[in-house]
Design a protein around this ligand. Structure first.
Ligand code: 5GP
Ligand code: ZN
Length: 113
């Protein structure tokens, strides 16, 4: 039994508000949204972080990137959005399973905090 929270969500062992799903990825609403729209896109395969990907994950990563615009359109983010990956300690990654934050429906600020 996995103790990884995102593997558990991916396996449907714990519930989430799912926005999109296919064989390779799952997209669901963040529990603590930082914008009016804040979803997470996770790989179904457990990968610790963006720092842990290998050449064999190339197709998966491309798949995630290519799905972003479809998910954004589905969520009504026609004015734009921000895609974020927090990686490692300094990147403030709290869940050690590869995921991307997709945020929208508000004007973002730069530089980020
Ligand atoms: P990180 O800080 O690792 O980049 O992002 C982890 C994100 O996962 C956080 O925004 C946090 O709110 C979200 N999160 C943590 N646990 C859960 C959960 O059980 N369900 C959902 N939907 N989101 C979660
Ligand atoms: Zn995992």
């Amino acid at each position: 039994m996995t103790t990884c929270i995102f593997c558990m969500i991916g396996n449907k062992d714990i519930p989430a508000k799912v926005v999109y799903e296919d064989e390779y990825i799952l997209c669901f609403h963040d529990l603590e949204p930082q914008a009016p729209v804040h979803v997470l896109i996770i790989s179904k395969k457990h990968i610790d972080s963006l720092d842990a990907v290998t050449e064999t994950d190339g197709e998966l990563l491309a798949h995630i990137m290519l799905k972003v615009k479809d998910i954004a359109a589905e969520l009504g983010l026609e004015k734009g959005y921000r895609l974020v990956n927090n990686c490692g300690k300094d990147g403030m990654q709290t869940v050690k399973h590869l995921h991307f934050h997709l945020l929208g429906k508000r004007k973002m600020i730069w530089p980020p905090g």
